[in-house]
Design a protein around this ligand. Structure first.
Ligand code: 13P
Ligand code: SF4
Length: 303
């Protein structure tokens, strides 16, 4: 029996469900019960009723959100070291400092944050619903963190003033994309459509034909009549794009765009974590209760 078969057997025995982010390794995506972007995975985790545990193949903040939204389930993160560096860029102290400077501004936080920070905000958002969340607020000046690029993108879309907290939060993987690379690819593939994640720089967004979350990119590629796509997000998404669109061609806008944290989940680690039920994600109850309110307010916004 190979490792994948062993995992699937164990999963059945333990009544576990495996959720995987669009950036996970192909072999992890292929054995997962569900593959999606951060909002879809949060929804799945919160709605999960039958499973006794959720194996969350992604990074820390996504598994934390699952544990917050479904506190009765055991949530496992196969590799505890899989941490999103952007989520580490914002601290509770920074939020408190910003609140003192702008006491009337609501605080909106990207889900790529620690649970302790989510507990201090008014509402969360993901890249799939950030525009709608900001539009839903009765305020024109909003504290927004930690991704400065997402803040700029949402500000362009809504006309509202978004004050970034911290001043310069970013995703190291998405900053690797350069508009020059897209221009070269467009010369080589003149009919290709360029897609970019809103975590990319404003220069990258300018050369993109479509901007959206990872699953929105998948939907766009599935529905578009185009046959060739330049992809401005982490390379793991190529597996899903190619699987769902075998007759279309996908070119990564920069070959080195790999999130090392997402790749820390391997079949070996997933198997060990499930077998020993180790790497359980726990959020202190007081923090979880406040963070849950911020996440639930996000779910109330239509997008
Ligand atoms: P999505 O919500 O678009 O999947 O993005 C999550 C993320 O971490 C992007 O880097
Ligand atoms: Fe975090 Fe960037 Fe990796 Fe997404 S791609 S998990 S934002 S480091």
């Amino acid at each position: 029996m190979d490792l994948t078969e062993k995992i699937l057997k164990l999963k059945k025995e333990k009544k576990a469900v495996i959720l995987a982010h669009n950036y996970q390794r192909p072999e992890i995506q292929d054995l997962a019960d569900y593959v999606g972007d951060s909002i879809e995975l949060s929804r799945k985790a919160s709605e999960e009723k039958d499973a006794e545990m959720i194996v969350f193949s992604a990074v820390d903040f996504m598994a934390e959100s699952a544990a917050i939204l479904n506190p009765r389930k055991k949530v496992l993160l196969p590799c505890l070291g899989a941490r999103c560096p952007m989520a580490q860029m914002l601290t509770v102290d920074e939020i408190k400092r910003a609140k003192k400077l702008y006491p009337n501004a609501p605080v909106v936080l990207y889900v790529n944050t620690l649970a302790s920070c989510k507990a201090e905000c008014d509402v969360c958002c993901t890249s799939a619903n950030a525009v709608e969340v900001i539009k839903s607020l009765d305020a024109d000046t909003i504290l927004f963190g930690p991704d400065k690029n997402l803040a700029e993108y949402v500000s362009e879309k809504t006309g509202k003033k978004l004050i970034p907290i911290p001043e310069n939060g970013f995703c190291p993987t998405h900053l690797l994309f350069q508009p020059e690379d897209v221009k070269v690819l467009k010369m080589q593939h003149p009919d290709a459509v360029a897609m970019a994640h809103p975590e990319c720089s404003s220069e990258m967004r300018k050369v993109a034909d479509f901007i959206g979350s990872t699953s929105k990119m998948c939907r766009y590629a599935n529905e578009s009549p185009a046959k060739e796509f330049i992809v401005g997000t982490e390379e793991g998404i190529l597996h899903r794009l190619r699987k769902e669109n075998p007759k279309k061609n996908f070119y990564l806008a920069y070959e080195g765009a790999i999130c090392p944290n997402m790749k820390l989940t391997t079949l070996d680690r997933l198997y060990a974590s499930l077998k020993e039920e180790k790497n359980v994600v726990k959020v202190p109850e007081a923090v979880a209760n406040k963070a849950r309110a911020s996440l639930e307010r996000m779910f109330e916004v239509k997008s």
